[in-house]
Design a binder for this molecule. Structure first.
Ligand code: SF4
Length: 215
């Protein structure tokens, strides 16, 4: 499928609110975002408050310039267009489109892209599974996966995987490096995790793992 919009290695860093003139506190609102949206797709973005959803949306509709990073609309670089064209033609065009993919964000990073029909039961990233475990379903009772541990600051993200301070599967490998994307078995599904949830592992097992802090 031809990409309508293509985002490559997009970063947005803001000065932290309350930071003084000479302080270096920075909020890493978006880090290394890489994805594309095809014609006719709708993309849902999930994550807790402050995870970068709004920043990503602003980047997509051309009101926040990523630095560094590129955003192309139908093959044309958004930020090379005249302002009026970028805001009208393009911003409006993008937000009308709908998607069947879910993007999970954590601390300014895209950590998983999942086909929407798989996200509740077959997402591979522990954070995606935890988010959707607390979402009421029509047929299944809730099996919320409890997340404990400190929520890291966006001004000083932890080394390695940013979710490691709250993840029940975290170990020294997770502290050492941010995992690259891996492809799941289904096309269009990819995730960044050193110890992904087994495909189709029931959520109630994960809730138990988390409570017992099992890997
Ligand atoms: S990389 Fe490690 S800390 Fe991060 S989500 Fe995966 S298991 Fe958890």
């Amino acid at each position: 499928m031809t990409a309508v919009i293509d985002v490559r290695d997009a970063h947005v860093v803001h000065k932290a609110r309350g930071a003084g003139l000479f302080t270096r506190a920075r909020v890493h609102a978006l880090t290394g975002a890489d994805f594309s949206v095809a014609a006719g797709e709708t993309v849902g973005v999930v994550g807790e408050s402050g995870c970068g959803k709004s920043t990503l949306a602003k980047v997509l509709v051309g009101i926040q310039r990523p630095v560094p990073g590129t955003v192309a609309f139908r093959g044309r670089e958004l930020w090379a267009m005249p302002g009026a064209e970028r805001r009208a033609t393009v911003g409006t065009g993008i937000v009308r489109r709908m998607s069947d993919r879910v993007i999970t964000m954590y601390l300014g990073r895209i950590v998983e892209e999942t086909p929407a029909d798989r996200v509740t039961d077959a997402a591979r990233h522990p954070y995606t599974r935890a988010l959707f475990s607390a979402t009421p379903g029509l047929l299944d009772p809730l099996d919320p996966i409890p997340l404990t541990g400190p929520v890291p600051s966006a001004t000083r993200p932890p080394s390695g995987c940013p979710f490691r301070t709250r993840c029940w599967k975290a170990d020294a490998v997770c502290a050492g490096s941010m995992p690259d994307f891996s492809a799941a078995s289904r096309p269009g599904h990819r995730y960044r995790c050193h110890h992904p949830v087994e495909e189709d592992r029931p959520t109630r097992d994960l809730a138990r793992q988390s409570l017992l802090q099992e890997p």
